[in-house]
Design a protein around this ligand. Structure first.
Ligand code: AMP
Length: 400
C-alpha cells in the first residue's frame, strides 16, 4: 500500500515584492532641485521619469520625460499621473494626503502617505517620536497665547516657537527671549497651531540620510555636520567632527526611526548634538536632503540613486564616503552684482558645480551648490568656501 504523507511545511521567508526594473517609469511629486537630481539619477539607471507639481518650468521639468502641471489637490490629474507610472515617490513633503492616497489606489507610493502626513506637522512628528522613546527637544503644543505663556514658564526662555504646519528653512519660526516677545510672535503667526521648544545651545547640528527597503534592510550615509546661515543650510561636511560613539548612536537612532515609521525609501533625521554629546532629534524629512548633496561627488552611491533603488526594490548601494567632502549652497544673493564667475570657482579642480536651472536668482533662493573634496574635512570645507568666494570675486587663488 502506498502511504501518502503530507509534504513538509515550507519555511516562511519574508516576502519581497518584485523589483520595479530599469525601463519602468518613476513618478515624482514635486519638481524642485531635489526632484531634478532624483530624476537625473533615475535616468542614469535607465528609468523613465514623470514629474507632477503646480509649477511650470521648474528645475526637474527639463530632465523629466513627462511633466504634469496641476495642483496637488487636483485628484483627477493625480489619477492620470499615477496610472502612467510604476511607483510614486516625492521630493516635496507638503503634498496633501488625498493626493498620496489617490495615487496609492493605483501604484505603490514610497515612502507611504502615512509617513508624509506624520512629518508634515511638527506636533504630530514630535509627539510620535516622544511616544516611541526617541530623544527630542523638550516641547509643548500651543493653540493659544495662554499656552505659549505657560510653555515659556514650563520650559523657560529662550525658546523657539514654530508653526506646526508647513515649516522649513526656519520659516514660521521665532526665537523668543523675553516674556514681552510672546504676544507679538503669537499674533504674527496669525494664531496658527504651533509648538514651543526649549532653545538648545547645541555644539553641532548633524543629519543622517538613511534608506530602507520593503524587507526592512537599512543603510545610512555617514553622519553629516551642518552649519546654517540665516536659518538656511550653508555648509555640510563629512566626516563630521564627532566621536565614533556619537556617529554610531546617530546612525542607530536613524535606523530605529525608519523602522518605527516603516519607511520604504529615504528619510533624513536632523539632530542637535549638545556639548555633553547628547543627541536630540530636531526634525524629520521623508526624502533626500540638502545636507546629502555631497554624496553625488563623494560617495559610491548618491542619496538620489539610493532613493531610486529603495523605492524600486533594487539592492541598496554602498554608502561609503570615498574622500572627505564639503558642500556649500549657492543662494540667489550671489547674483547681486551680476552673473557669478563660474570659471573662477572651478579653477580648483576638486571643486564640482551643480546648478539647478532656476532662471530667477532671488535672495535666499537655492540656485545650486558646490562640492569640494580634500584629504581632511577641514581642507574640504576650506576649498569649498574659497571656491564660493571666488564666484563673487572675494578670494584669490589658493588651492592645495
Ligand atoms: P527647523 O526648521 O526646525 O529645522 O529649524 C531651522 C534651524 O533653526 C535649525 O537647523 C537650527 O539651527 C535652529 N533651531 C531650530 N530649533 C531650535 C532649537 N530648539 N534650539 C536651537 N536652535 C534651533
Amino acid at each position: 500500500m502506498i502511504k501518502i504523507r503530507n509534504p513538509p511545511m515550507p519555511t516562511m521567508i519574508p516576502s519581497r515584492p518584485p523589483a520595479i526594473l530599469p525601463g519602468s517609469t518613476i513618478g515624482i511629486l514635486g519638481s524642485g532641485q531635489l526632484g531634478r537630481m532624483l530624476a537625473l539619477a533615475a535616468r542614469s539607471l535607465g528609468y523613465r521619469v514623470h514629474i507632477f507639481s503646480p509649477e511650470t518650468g521648474a528645475p526637474a521639468a527639463s530632465v523629466a520625460d513627462k511633466d504634469y502641471v496641476a495642483a496637488y489637490h487636483d485628484l483627477e490629474a493625480i489619477r492620470t499621473f499615477a496610472n502612467a507610472v510604476d511607483v510614486v515617490t516625492f521630493e516635496f513633503e507638503n503634498v496633501c494626503s488625498q493626493a498620496t492616497s489617490t495615487a496609492a489606489e493605483h501604484v505603490p507610493v514610497r515612502p507611504s502617505g502615512g509617513v508624509l502626513t506624520l512629518t508634515q506637522n511638527r506636533l504630530r512628528e514630535k509627539t510620535f517620536l516622544q511616544n516611541q522613546g526617541f530623544p527630542v527637544t523638550p516641547f509643548r503644543a500651543i493653540s493659544s497665547l495662554e499656552d505659549l505663556r505657560k510653555a515659556a514658564v514650563d520650559l523657560g526662555l529662550p525658546g523657539v516657537m514654530k508653526t506646526a504646519d508647513f515649516g522649513y528653512d526656519g520659516k514660521g519660526q521665532f526665537k523668543l527671549s523675553k516674556e514681552a516677545e510672546l504676544a507679538p510672535a503669537w499674533r504674527s503667526i496669525s494664531e496658527a497651531p504651533a509648538i514651543y521648544e526649549r532653545f538648545v545651545p547645541f555644539a553641532k547640528e548633524l543629519s543622517v540620510v538613511g534608506a530602507r527597503m520593503v524587507d526592512g534592510h537599512f543603510e545610512a550615509f555617514p553622519v553629516f555636520e551642518n552649519t546654517h546661515a540665516r536659518h538656511i543650510l550653508d555648509i555640510s561636511v563629512a566626516p563630521a567632527g564627532i566621536d565614533p560613539s556619537v556617529e554610531r548612536d546617530a546612525l542607530n537612532l536613524a535606523g530605529k526611526i525608519l523602522d518605527a515609521l516603516d519607511v520604504v525609501g529615504v528619510l533624513t533625521v536632523e539632530m542637535f548634538l549638545t556639548s555633553d554629546n547628547q543627541i536630540l532629534i530636531n526634525e524629520l524629512a521623508p526624502r533626500v536632503h540638502n545636507s546629502g548633496h555631497l554624496t553625488i561627488d563623494a560617495c559610491v552611491t548618491s542619496q538620489f540613486e539610493q532613493q531610486i533603488r529603495a523605492v524600486c526594490g533594487l539592492p541598496l548601494g554602498s554608502t561609503t564616503l570615498l574622500r572627505p567632502a564639503a558642500m556649500s549652497n549657492l543662494l540667489g544673493d550671489l547674483w547681486d552684482n551680476g552673473e557669478p564667475d563660474w570659471s573662477a570657482a572651478l579653477e580648483d579642480p576638486v571643486v564640482k558645480l551643480h546648478l539647478y536651472g532656476k532662471r530667477e536668482p532671488r535672495p535666499g533662493r537655492k540656485m545650486g551648490h558646490l562640492t569640494a573634496t580634500g584629504s581632511t574635512s577641514s581642507e574640504a570645507v576650506r576649498r569649498v568656501i574659497e571656491a564660493r568666494e571666488r564666484l563673487s570675486g572675494l578670494a584669490t587663488k589658493n588651492h592645495g
